[in-house]
Structures are given as C-alpha cells and as structure tokens.
Ligand binder design. Structure first.
Ligand SMILES: NC(=O)c1ccc[n+]([C@@H]2O[C@H](COP(=O)([O-])OP(=O)(O)OC[C@H]3O[C@@H](n4cnc5c(N)ncnc54)[C@H](O)[C@@H]3O)[C@@H](O)[C@H]2O)c1
Length: 291
C-alpha cells in the first residue's frame, strides 16, 4: 500500500526525531501532543537538528525547507484521522497508549495502519484493544532517531503480512535498517540493553563504583560510546523504569527487578536530561554527578 501521510502522537524526544526523518524522506507529517509547548519545542528542535545537518553538508537548504514545510502540528487527536500511518510515541504507560488508540478509532480510515513506538509493552495486547489487530505493529525507533540506523519491527500475534511489508518498505524509504523482533517484553534491543543499565544502577547503589567510575569503566573498558548511567539519563529514567517493570512483570523473573535507586530518582523527578537532572546534573556548563 502507498503510505504518504503520517500522524505522530507524542512530540517528546522520540516524536520530534520521528517527524524529522519522515518529513525529510518526503512524507506529510501531522504531529499531535496534549501539550502545545511540547509541539512548539518539537518543531524548533527539528529545525535546529536539520540546520546542523545542513551545516555538515548532509542535507541541502532546499531539502531542509521542504521538510519543514511538510510538518504540521495539532493538539486535536482526531485531526490525525485521514493519515495512512499513525505512530504512537507518547509516554511509556500502557493506559496512556490504550486511551490514545481508543480515541483515534472512530476517526481513522479503513486502510490506516496503527503502530506504537513502545520500548517494551505487548504489541498483541495494545492491538487487541483496537478494531484492526491485523493492521497493528510495533514500530520501534532508536534515540536519537535522525542518527540511529535501526528500526525494530514487532508483529503482534494477529499482524498480517501486507502490514509488515508496508512498514518494511517505509523503513527502506527512510534509509534505515529493519530488524524483526517477536512480541516478548522489551523485544530485542531493550531486553538486552535495559538490564545492563539497571545493573549499572545497582553497581552505584551498592557502592561498587561512583557515577564517574562506572561510566568511565564501560566507555574505556568495554568500548561503549556512552557510559550506562549517561545513557540512562539520555533515554529518560522514567522510561528506563517503565521498561524494567514490563520485563519484571512480563517475564516474572527476579533478575529483572528494577533497582530501588532507579525508582527513587524517578520519584524525585530526576528523569535525566529532559528534567536537567538524573545521574548527572545538567544545569551547569558541564554535567556533574548529581550525588
Ligand atoms: N527515550 C528513548 O530513548 C526511547 C527510545 C525508543 C522508544 N522510546 C519510546 O517512545 C515513547 C516516547 O518516549 P519519549 O522518550 O519521547 O518520551 P517523552 O517523555 O520525551 O515524550 C512523551 C510525550 O508524550 C506526550 N503525551 C503524553 N500523553 C499523551 C497523550 N495522551 N496524547 C498525546 N501526547 C501525549 C507528552 O506530552 C510528551 O511530550 C515511549 O513509548 C518510549 O518507550 C523511547
């Protein structure tokens, strides 16, 4: 099927990146959020990130202008109704996502494909609450979307082949690489990545190392481009905790128990870069460990 128009729900760090790559690849994008400020920030961020690509010679000024002209925003969810493809990229909470799909259903087209950018939540369960589980998939982009090459494609138990093929073709049009994952908690990337981040938080909690020594050890000792605590701040500690809870509940194995220190940081509102404080404090010139 021919996908030309894309509705994006949630204009946070993932939503703006998804809007960026779709608009640059020639899709018409309509972005929705409950917050007008989030929408304005997202458009400003796309503009800034595209400008950086122009200054590096990766995008022409004409392509940037055309991409920006393809992005529209709305706080009214029902305006996404005519879209060929809808990508839900709102907060990682199942009730939030379910409510979004429920509110969308009366307004979408018979051919509309519904997807979620969830990092961990069951695609089969989200799909079962809609009128089209066969046209529903997990569409998991990586952060930052314009930079990261991979997109995980997750079929729910009822997803049909034309839907999978249509999304695979979209990934190719974006110039990215698709990896297929089965519908298990947190799929492939976060099933492996998040327990490592959680273990890094336990390492801090138990006093095995400081924030700096844990991150430096993994950067210099395991050749990771970012330390695990720095990466947790980048992802968002609320998102990390939500994913660990899905792993813990979904796989019923104590090895996925979220570290109490991660829970405490989220309770403090220290969610990482997006709130200026997480394992690092970003309010000064250079990030310093918060504690
Ligand atoms: N942060 C990452 O590294 C990462 C990577 C891959 C996937 N994801 C997934 O992407 C999704 C979004 O994550 P994020 O990091 O962009 O979160 P975020 O906190 O940066 O943004 C979430 C946005 O959703 C909006 N929102 C909340 N409820 C809404 C509703 N009912 N309708 C419309 N908008 C609503 C919020 O206002 C906010 O702007 C989550 O499912 C997350 O698991 C995140």
């Amino acid at each position: 099927m021919d996908i030309r128009t894309v509705g994006i729900v949630g204009a946070g760090q993932m939503g703006n990146g998804i809007a960026h790559v779709f608009a640059l690849a020639g899709f018409e994008v309509l972005m929705n959020d409950i917050s007008e400020d989030a929408l304005n920030n997202a458009v400003a961020l796309v503009d800034r990130n595209l400008e950086r690509q122009v200054s590096r010679g990766k995008v022409t000024p004409e392509d940037k202008a055309a991409a920006m002209a393809r992005i529209r925003t709305t706080t009214k969810l029902h305006e996404l109704g005519p879209s060929d493809l809808i990508i839900e990229a709102a907060t990682e909470r199942e009730t939030v996502k379910q409510a979004i799909f429920e509110d969308l259903l009366p307004h979408i087209q018979p051919h509309t494909i519904l997807t979620s950018n969830t990092s961990s939540i069951s695609i089969t369960r989200l799909a079962s609450r809609t009128d089209r589980p066969e046209k529903f998939m997990g569409f998991h982009f990586m952060n930052p979307v314009p930079v990261m090459q991979l997109v995980e494609l997750i079929r729910g138990i009822a997803t049909d082949e034309p839907t999978y093929k249509a999304l695979h073709a979209v990934v190719e049009k974006l110039g990215k690489t698709a990896a297929s994952a089965e519908d298990f908690p947190a799929f492939i990337v976060n099933r492996i990545l998040m327990p490592m981040i959680n273990e890094a938080v336990y390492t801090l909690y138990e006093g095995v190392g400081s924030v700096k020594s844990i991150d430096e050890s993994m950067k210099l000792g395991a050749n990771h481009p970012m330390g695990p605590l720095e990466l947790a701040d980048f992802i968002g500690l609320d998102t990390c905790l939500a994913i660990m809870n899905v792993l813990h509940d979904g796989l019923a194995d104590t090895k996925y128990r979220p570290c109490p220190l991660l829970t405490k940081y989220v309770e403090a509102g220290w969610l990482g870069r997006k709130t200026q404080r997480g394992f690092y404090d970003y309010r000064g010139e250079t990030p310093v460990p918060t504690r």
